[in-house]
Design a protein around this ligand. Structure first.
Ligand code: ADP
Ligand code: ASP
Ligand code: MG
Length: 422
């Protein structure tokens, strides 16, 4: 008998029929002798619907001041789906109980809309499991020290599930979703993408941080920190599929690097459409400029991603960087107000129609020329590279958003990701 955590995403919980299927699948696992904790997301579209209502009531004004209420609001989506799942489990003849984050408790900091889990108290859950119940715990939410409901950022139910699995020392955390595993790239963009049977933790971390939404980045961080065995698999297989077959399906995130295994040079391609580029033009090229600009941005709690400073001409240079699109307007205003006058720069310009495309692979460590192959492929497609950023196991480029799909597909083919791994 093992303690297993299942997580079901929004599409998997998208209708009463799908919730019934989830209940049947979970009941199958429980009847096979496992202690089951289940973490559902809100039914698909529900979080967007709720946040949309807030926008209607405060048009153009939903900002940081509303974050506490936004969390209070958005958390209801998971509360509803969790209760529905518990009811469906009971209808299947199981003993089941659902809890909201504050009831468990899942303790977080107070950073509303992007809170971080700090600790999880599991006594109540253990007592229920020992009494033979299936325990359903809301994804995406927690409670801060002052008793406020918090949420963990979009896609945060993955993180809830992995954190609960870590706290409870679960045997495995299974992330059920609408694809049957982690692919070489998003199969919605490249139909020839291939499922990976295993992916290393480091590669998964890069892919998630570079935009692959199949797992929220913090869930991968948790899995790495606490070595939680983690698998991504489909919730759309028939619920009564053989449990052993199901347990082997999907993609396993691995922590050990198999030294005998020849690593693919590039194992995946990620893309991110959520960034925007800001350029400060005609900046005097002297010490302290990067600090002057980015210090002001950091003080406003805005995260900066790719940064580039051009060669100076006549003692002046252009300084560009990317931020999340949600922070774009705020950052441009801030720079115009605070930095432009004191810095003596010529202008601030921006572009929200960009995207970042990245190639990821542990094998890049031991191969030279991977980045230059990426640049060649893009140039052959006539795609202009605006910015570049590299690390040991990834190379990212910022390009015009309209070329994103072309770039992903061309790179996928050029790095043979459509071919079965040898
Ligand atoms: P859930 O609601 O189950 O959490 P998400 O929509 O958050 O599901 O994540 C699953 C989606 O992630 C897939 O439908 C797919 O379009 C997208 N995706 C992006 N990159 C990848 C990838 N490399 N492998 C698999 N899916 C990916
Ligand atoms: N319901 C939340 C969202 O839509 C959390 C999740 O689905 O993981 O972002
Ligand atoms: Mg998700």
């Amino acid at each position: 008998m093992a303690l297993i955590v299942h997580k079901y995403g929004g599409t998997s919980m998208g209708s009463t029929e799908r919730i019934r299927n989830v209940a049947k699948r979970v009941a199958k696992w429980a009847r096979a002798g496992h202690q089951m904790v289940v973490v559902p997301s809100a039914m698909s579209g529900e979080t967007n619907r709720l946040l949309g209502l807030a926008k209607e009531l405060a048009p153009g004004k939903v900002d940081d001041d509303h974050n506490r209420e936004l969390d209070m609001l958005a958390a209801t989506g998971e509360q509803a789906s969790s209760a529905l799942l518990a009811i469906a489990l009971q209808a299947e003849g199981m003993q089941a109980v659902s809890y909201a984050g504050w009831q468990v408790q899942v303790r977080t900091d107070s950073a509303f809309t992007k809170a971080r889990i700090e600790s999880i108290e599991d006594e109540r859950v253990r007592a229920d499991l020992d009494a033979g119940k299936v325990v359903v715990i809301t994804g995406f939410q927690g409670v801060d020290d002052a008793g406020n409901i918090t949420t963990l950022g979009r896609g945060g139910s993955d993180t809830s599930a992995v954190a609960i699995a870590a706290a409870m020392k679960a045997h495995e955390c299974l992330i059920y979703t609408d694809v049957d595993g982690v692919y070489t790239t998003d199969p919605r963009v490249e139909p020839d993408a291939r499922r990976l049977t295993t992916v290393s933790f480091e590669e998964m971390l890069e892919m998630a941080s570079l935009g692959s939404k199949v797992l929220q980045i913090r869930s991968v961080e948790f899995a790495g920190k606490y070595k939680v065995p983690l698998r991504v698999l489909s919730s759309f297989t028939p619920w009564d599929i053989d449990i052993k077959e199901e347990a082997r399906s999907g993609t396993l995130i691995t922590f050990e690097e198999d030294e005998n295994m020849e690593q693919a040079v590039v194992s995946g391609i990620a893309f991110n459409r959520d960034e925007a580029k800001i350029s400060v033009l005609g900046v005097p090229d002297k010490p302290g400029i990067a600090y002057h600009i980015l210090g002001a941005v950091a003080d406003a709690n805005v995260e900066v991603d790719v940064i580039i400073q051009n060669l100076s001409k006549d003692g002046r240079t252009d300084f560009s960087f990317t931020v999340h699109r949600n922070d774009y307007a705020k950052t441009v205003d801030l720079l115009k107000e605070k930095v432009l006058p004191t810095l003596g720069a010529a202008d601030i310009v921006g572009d929200t129609k960009i995207c970042k495309v990245s190639i990821v692979g542990i094998g890049m460590r031991s191969h030279v020329g991977v980045a230059s192959k990426m640049f060649r492929v893009l140039s052959e497609e006539g795609i202009n590279i605006q910015m570049i950023s590299t690390s040991e196991i990834k190379t990212s480029v910022v390009i015009d958003e309209k070329y994103m799909e072309l770039a992903v597909r061309a790179l996928h083919k050029a790095f043979d990701l459509d071919q079965p791994a040898s």
